[in-house]
Design a protein around this ligand. Structure first.
Ligand code: PEP
Ligand code: MG
Length: 573
C-alpha cells in the first residue's frame, strides 16, 4: 500500500509503525432501558477506578525518576477523581435521563467547564484544563481506547498519528523516533518545521494514514517525496535502502562545503543562518555551517508547562545561545504563541479563527507583563553576545510603534536600575502580513532590518491555511502575487538602507534559491539541514543571472509562463 502525502521533513527511514489513536471524541446520546441503568453506572465507576490506578502508577513512576516536585499535576488529577461533583452529577444523569455513561459524563464536564470559563481566577482556569484531561481519560476507558503516554512508547519506531502538535515534538526526540507520518498538516506547519530542526524525516497531510496503518506494520517513510509505503516487498525495500545510502553520501559531500562562504561566482555573498526552536539545536546549526541564528522561535520555551518562564530562566537561555553562536549573531524573535503553537494557558477563550486571532505581537501587546519580562531578559543577555530583537506578525507601523515604545520603556527601567544592556541593539520586524508588505517602505524607516516570514505571508496573501491539508495544493510560494510582494519589500527596505533576510521555509528550499538571490536578499535563514544544499547552489550561481531570472519572472502573466521561464533559464545557464 502506497500512501501519498506531503513532504514534511526530508530523509528516508525504514521501520516499524506505532499508531497513536486519534484523540477526538464523537459522543452519541443513547437512551438506555431502565434495567441497564445499574450496569451503566458500574461501567462508569469501573472507568474511574481504572483512571485512578493509571494515575497512581504514573505518579509513582515519575516520583522515582525525577522527584516529588513534579507530581503536582497527578495530585490534582487524583483530587478531581475523588470529587463527588463529577461522580454524582454524571450518575444522576444516567439515572434520570436514562442516557449512556459517555454522554452523561460529557454533559457534566461541559457544564463544569462552562462555569469555570466565567471565573477570572487564573488558577481555577488552569484547573478547568485538568478536569477536561480527566474527563478524556475516563472517556477513553468507557470507549475501550487504550490509554496513551509517550513514556510507554517503544524507542526507534515510526509514529503515525492523526496529528502531532508542536508541543509533542520533544517526546519524539526523547524516544528516538525514526520518523513520523500524520493525517493532517502542510509543509510549513510548525510540526513539520520542528521535525526538520530535529532532523526527523516526516510525511504530513496523509489524510487517512492513522486509520489505514496498524501498529507493527513495516513502513518505508520517504520524507523527500512525501510518501509512505506500508509492508513493502523485498524489491522496493532494497531499492529504498540503496537510495538511503546515496543520500547519506550526498549529505557527506555537501557537508564538505561547511567552512566555505556562501558566495556566488561573481562575488555576491549571502549570509546563511539557521532557524532554531530550542537552544539544544545550536551545535547542529553550527555544524551544518550556519553563520548565526536568523530566527530563534522563543515560544518553545513557553510550551509543555503550566507556568510562564521567569525572566531569570529566559535570561539564561538567551545568554547561553548568544555565547554559543559568537562571533555570529542570534536574532531573538519575541514570543509568537497562538495559531498552531499552543503554550502556557493564558486563559484566552477558544477563538473562532485563531490564525487571525490573538497571536504573536498582538498577544504580547495585550499581555504586557509577559512581553516586558521577555524584553528585559533579552536586553540583559545582550551584553553577552551579538543579539538582535525581532517582532513577529507586525501588521503596520502603528503596531511597530507600540512594540518599540514597550521596548523603550523596558530599556529606561534598566537604565534607572543601572543594569547593563547593549544600547545599540538592532531591532527588526518580520514581514508576514500583506498589510505590512504593502507598507514596508514605512516600516523600514523604523527598524534596523527586515526578515520575511513567508510561511505566514503566503498563508495570509493567498488565504490558504498553512496547516490545512485540504487546501495545501493552493499554497504556492511562486504565486505571482508573492513574487511581487517579495520584490516590493526588498526594494522598499533597500531604499531605506536596511538589509533584508528571509526566515520562512521558502528560504531553505533549493528550488527557490536563485530567485531569492536575484531578488536581492542579503540573508537566508532556514532549518540547519537545508544549509549545505542551498550553499552549493549559491556557490554555483552568478548574481547577474539570478537578477535576470527575477526580472523575467516578474513579467510573467501566469504560473505556467513563470515555470517555463525558470526551465528555460535553467537550460541557458
Ligand atoms: C514565517 O511565518 O515564515 C515564520 C518564519 O514564522 P513561523 O513559521 O514561526 O510562523
Ligand atoms: Mg510566522
Amino acid at each position: 500500500m502506497v500512501l501519498k502525502g506531503i513532504s514534511g521533513s526530508p530523509g528516508i527511514v525504514i521501520g516499524e509503525a506505532f499508531v497513536l489513536e486519534k484523540q477526538e471524541y464523537c459522543i452519541y446520546r443513547h437512551t438506555i432501558s431502565p434495567d441497564k441503568v445499574r450496569k451503566e453506572i458500574s461501567r462508569f465507576r469501573d472507568a474511574i477506578s481504572k483512571v485512578k490506578e493509571e494515575i497512581v502508577e504514573a505518579r509513582s513512576r515519575l516520583i522515582s525518576r525525577i522527584g516529588k516536585s513534579h507530581a503536582q499535576l497527578f495530585d490534582a488529577y487524583l483530587l478531581i477523581l475523588e470529587d463527588k461533583a463529577i461522580r454524582t452529577e454524571t450518575e444522576n444523569r444516567i439515572i434520570k435521563e436514562r442516557v449512556n455513561a459517555e454522554f452523561a459524563l460529557q454533559e457534566t464536564i461541559e457544564r463544569i467547564l462552562k462555569t469555570f470559563s466565567l471565573l477570572k481566577d487564573e488558577y481555577l482556569k488552569e484547573r478547568a484544563r485538568d478536569i477536561q484531561d480527566i474527563g478524556h481519560k475516563i472517556l477513553n476507558y468507557l470507549l475501550g481506547r487504550p490509554p496513551f503516554s509517550f513514556e510507554e512508547m517503544k524507542e526507534g519506531v515510526i509514529v503515525v498519528a492523526h496529528n502531532i502538535t508542536p508541543a509533542d515534538t520533544p517526546y519524539l526526540k526523547a524516544k528516538k523516533v525514526k520518523g513520523f507520518a500524520t493525517d493532517v498538516g502542510g509543509p510549513t506547519s510548525h510540526t513539520a518545521i520542528v521535525a526538520r530542526s530535529l532532523e526527523i524525516p516526516a510525511v504530513v497531510g496523509l489524510k487517512e494514514a492513522s486509520r489505514l496503518i496498524k501498529t507493527g506494520d513495516t513502513l518505508i517513510l520517504d520524507g523527500d517525496q512525501g510518501v509512505v509505503i506500508v509492508d513493502p516487498d523485498e524489491v522496493t525495500l532494497e531499492n529504498y535502502k540503496r537510495q538511503q545510502r546515496i543520500k547519506i553520501q550526498e549529505m557527506e559531500r555537501l557537508e564538505s562545503l561547511k567552512d566555505l562562504p556562501a558566495v556566488t561566482i561573481d562575488g555576491r555573498e549571502i549570509e546563511l543562518a539557521a532557524n532554531i526552536e530550542v537552544p539544544e539545536e545550536v551545535p547542529s546549526a553550527l555544524a551544518h555551517g550556519a553563520q548565526g541564528i536568523g530566527l530563534f522561535r522563543t515560544e518553545y520555551i513557553f510550551m509543555n508547562r503550566e507556568e510562564l518562564p521567569s525572566e531569570e530562566e529566559q535570561f539564561e537561555v538567551y545568554k547561553s545561545v548568544a555565547e554559543k553562536v559568537m562571533p555570529y549573531s542570534v536574532i531573538i524573535r519575541t514570543l509568537d504563541l497562538g495559531a498552531d503553537k499552543i503554550g502556557v494557558d493564558l486563559g484566552i477563550e477558544r477563538e473562532r479563527n485563531p490564525i487571525m486571532g490573538l497571536r504573536a505581537i498582538r498577544l504580547c501587546l495585550k499581555f504586557r507583563h509577559i512581553f516586558k519580562t521577555q524584553l528585559r531578559a533579552i536586553l540583559r543577555a545582550s551584553v553577552y553576545g551579538n543579539i538582535k530583537i525581532m517582532y513577529p506578525l507586525i501588521s503596520g507601523v502603528g503596531e511597530l510603534d507600540l512594540a518599540n515604545s514597550v521596548l523603550e520603556e523596558v530599556k529606561q527601567e534598566l537604565r534607572i536600575k543601572g543594569i547593563p544592556f547593549n544600547e545599540k541593539i538592532e531591532v527588526g520586524a518580520m514581514i508576514e502580513v500583506p498589510s505590512a508588505a504593502l507598507t514596508s517602505d514605512l516600516i523600514a524607516k523604523k527598524v534596523d532590518f527586515i526578515s520575511i516570514g513567508t510561511n505566514d505571508l503566503i498563508q495570509y496573501t493567498l488565504a490558504v491555511d498553512r496547516v490545512n491539508e485540504n487546501v495545501i495544493h493552493l499554497y504556492e510560494p511562486l504565486h505571482i502575487s508573492i513574487l511581487r510582494l517579495l520584490h516590493q519589500i526588498v526594494v522598499n527596505a533597500h531604499k531605506e538602507g536596511k538589509w533584508v533576510g528571509m526566515c520562512g521555509e521558502m528560504a531553505g528550499d533549493p528550488a527557490f534559491t536563485k530567485i531569492l538571490i536575484g531578488l536581492g536578499l542579503e540573508e537566508l535563514s532556514m532549518s540547519a539541514i537545508s544549509i549545505p544544499k542551498v550553499k552549493q547552489i549559491i556557490r554555483s550561481s552568478s548574481y547577474k543571472e539570478c537578477k535576470e531570472l527575477v526580472e523575467d519572472i516578474l513579467g510573467a502573466e501566469s504560473r505556467s509562463e513563470l515555470l517555463k521561464i525558470i526551465k528555460r533559464k535553467e537550460r541557458e545557464y
